[in-house]
Ligand binder design. Structure first.
Ligand SMILES: [Mn+2]
Length: 362
C-alpha cells in the first residue's frame, strides 16, 4: 500500500505577523498552494492509496469558500486515493468551519471532534483520527481503543508530543505502544521521526525564519509485515538568516559582497534575512545597502542590531566647544551606566553629526 503523509500547509496564510513584504507574501502563498497541488499530482501519478493530512491544511482566518472549493476540486481529481484530514488549530472543524460549508468528494474523510475509526476493507486498513473543534486542547480530549492487530492501523492526528501543551498533548510512547503501523502527526513544522512508526511530516514549505532546514512530506510503502518510509524534500525555498558582523572599517561595497557571499547562490529563490551586528561606520546607511541588493534577491530583508562606531572621547575633544561636545558631556555619564541610554546617545550623535556636517557644507 502506498501512503503519503503531509501536514501544516497553512494554505492561503495571511502572513500578517510575518516580516515578509506584501509582494513576497503573495508569491509565497502561491508556493504553498503549489506544494499542495504537487502532492495531488503525485497521488495521481503513483496511484497512491491513502493521503493522510494531519491538520493546518489552511489558515481559516484568511481562507475563502472559493479557496476550499479549490482544495475539494483537487481531491476530486484523485478519486482512487482515499484522503483523510484531521483538522488542527488553524483549520479547526467547528459548526462554522469551511470544511462543513464546502462539499467534499466521496474519497475525502474529514475527522470531527470524536475519536473515530474508518475501515477500508479492500486495503485491510483502519484509519483512526480526531479533528479539532477549537483552537486549544490543554488536555487529551479522547481515549484510544485497542487495535485489531490483523489489520493495518493508521493514525492521523494534529497534536503535540510533549506532556504540557495547549495543543493536544500526547505521549509518543503511548502512540507507539498501541501498535499503530504508521502514525501521521501534524503541528510541528519540522519533519521528524518521533518513534519507529510515529512521524511529523512538518510543513511542505517553510513559513517563517524559525523554520530553517529541509521541508517536505513522507512517502511510505507498507503492509502488515514491513514498512519503508522516505522523506521527500519538496520546498522550493529556504528561509535563511544571515548574520553579518560589521566593523567600523567596512564600507558599503564590502558589506554588499559579504551579503552576496553568504547567500551562497540561493538568492533568486530563498528568503533571506540579514541581521547586522557589531559596529557600523555612521556614514553608512544600511537601508541603502539592502536596497541596492534587493533586485538581485527573491526576498531580502534586514534587522539592524549594530551600533555606530564612534570614538566618543576623540569626538568629544574635537567638538568641545560646539553642540556635539555639549551633547556628549550631558549624556556620557548616564550612557556609561545604561546600554539603552548609550544606544540612544549614539543615535542622537548620528543625527547631530549629519545635521552639523550638512550645515557646514551649505
Ligand atoms: Mn501548523
Amino acid at each position: 500500500m502506498k501512503l503519503i503523509h503531509a501536514s501544516d500547509f497553512h494554505l492561503f496564510s495571511g502572513f500578517v505577523s510575518s516580516p515578509l513584504p506584501a509582494e513576497v507574501a503573495a508569491k509565497h502563498r502561491s508556493r504553498l498552494y503549489d506544494s499542495f497541488s504537487n502532492i495531488i499530482k503525485l497521488c495521481l501519478r503513483d496511484k497512491v492509496d491513502i493521503l493522510l493530512l494531519s491538520g493546518d491544511l489552511f489558515e481559516a482566518g484568511y481562507t475563502k469558500i472559493s479557496d476550499v472549493k479549490r482544495i475539494a476540486d483537487a481531491f476530486a481529481g484523485i478519486p482512487e486515493t482515499r484522503v483523510f484530514i484531521s483538522p488542527g488549530n488553524h483549520d479547526y472543524n467547528d459548526e462554522d468551519s469551511l470544511y462543513r460549508i464546502v462539499r467534499f468528494p466521496s474519497n475525502v474523510h474529514i475527522f470531527r471532534d470524536k475519536f473515530e475509526a474508518v475501515e477500508i476493507p479492500e486495503l485491510n486498513t483502519v484509519v483512526y483520527g480526531f479533528g479539532w473543534k477549537q483552537n486549544r486542547y490543554p488536555e487529551m480530549p479522547f481515549s484510544f481503543v485497542p487495535l485489531d492487530k490483523t489489520k493495518i492501523n493508521l493514525l492521523c492526528l494534529h497534536c503535540d508530543v510533549i506532556s504540557r501543551s495547549d495543543y493536544l498533548p500526547i505521549d509518543a510512547e503511548l502512540i507507539e505502544s498501541l501498535g499503530f503501523d504508521y502514525a501521521a502527526l501534524g503541528h510541528i513544522h519540522k519533519a521528524g521521526q518521533v518513534k519507529k512508526k510515529v512521524f511529523y511530516s512538518g510543513s511542505p514549505e517553510p513559513l517563517n525564519f524559525g523554520e530553517d532546514g529541509n521541508h517536505g512530506f513522507f512517502y511510505a510503502n507498507l503492509d502488515k509485515k514491513s514498512i519503508k518510509v522516505s522523506f521527500v524534500p519538496s520546498a522550493k525555498c529556504l528561509f535563511k538568516t544571515v548574520i553579518i558582523k560589521l566593523t567600523g572599517k567596512m564600507d558599503s561595497n564590502y558589506i554588499k559582497e559579504k551579503i552576496l557571499e553568504a547567500a551562497e547562490g540561493g538568492k533568486d529563490k530563498n528568503v533571506y534575512r540579514v541581521v547586522f551586528t557589531g559596529t557600523v561606520n555612521p556614514q553608512i546607511n544600511l537601508d541603502d545597502v539592502i536596497s541596492d541588493l534587493k533586485d538581485e534577491f527573491y526576498c531580502l530583508i534586514y534587522i539592524d542590531k549594530s551600533v555606530f562606531d564612534y570614538d566618543i572621547k576623540k569626538l568629544y575633544h574635537q567638538n568641545k566647544d560646539n553642540i556635539i561636545g555639549k551633547y556628549i558631556q550631558k549624556l556620557m555619564k548616564a550612557a556609561s551606566q545604561d546600554p539603552v541610554m548609550y544606544s540612544a546617545m549614539l543615535k542622537g550623535l548620528n543625527a547631530l553629526l549629519y545635521k552639523y556636517e550638512e550645515g557646514e557644507n551649505q
